[in-house]
Design a protein. Sequence first.
Length: 299
Amino acid sequence: MNNIKVNFSIKDLENLTGIKAHTIRIWEKRYNLLKPNRSDTNIRSYSIESFQKLLNISYLNNNGLKISKIASLKEEEIPVKVREIASRGKVEDHAINAFKLAMVNFDQVLFYNTYNNLLENKTFKDIFYSVFLPLLNEIGVLWQTNTITPAHEHFISVHIKQKILVNIERLQSLEPKPNTSTYVLFLPDNEIHDIGLLFLNYELRSKGYHTIFLGESVPMESLTDLFDYFKNITFVSYFTVYPEEETIEKYLSDFNNLLLKDNNSKLLLLGSKLLNYNNKSLPNRIKIFQSIETLAKEL
């Protein structure tokens, strides 16, 4: 278990659990719920056990238990109460907490046990929308606030991608619907964040469409080769980090002129880089979607 993060600042706990640092201090003082270590300069630090306990406390509190009631529980009763509520209530929040704990601990067994438990009552598609997407949004914030390292982000991303790929593989042998459109999924130069695009590939395949998944960092010019084999292509891409904001308009203009102008093809786009983009300047054959769910409903 080398290189596992075992000490957390109070700000780390705030970011990981959503509980304000001020509230954590009050719970410590009033209810003795956590026992931080203190440095020579009186700075708090928390163990992995404290982090796990706080996740459980947060879950119980969000599910209607008053903090005074939680504080009256014995240490070993808290996870039992969590499992009890999760078994009859909304399991998504509990699963997200478990996945975050797996990420922080680089714990593959916990990841797969949590995923397999979800599969008992949910489809893979349901898990992706109700658990993985919220989890990835939280992880993005945790990474930006330096609560987790890139290694943590890569760990959880790789395991989620593995699940998407397994489910895509189950669809690969199915013939597409007759006369179906061809969807080409790609990421622009230097873009490597492909989880959303992979899941869209799964969605398209599950609906019987013909897809060509090209993946990361595809030069725009190379996409012209597809027209030697297919007509009226629907391109799909995801802008998470690239292109830069100041170059997006030029990229879309160049894409339109090179790949869309003289045919009936189109480009569907998603990604955080486009959330504030001015749609009024878009060429007619390019459309931006605010979420995977919105795009999937239009397919």
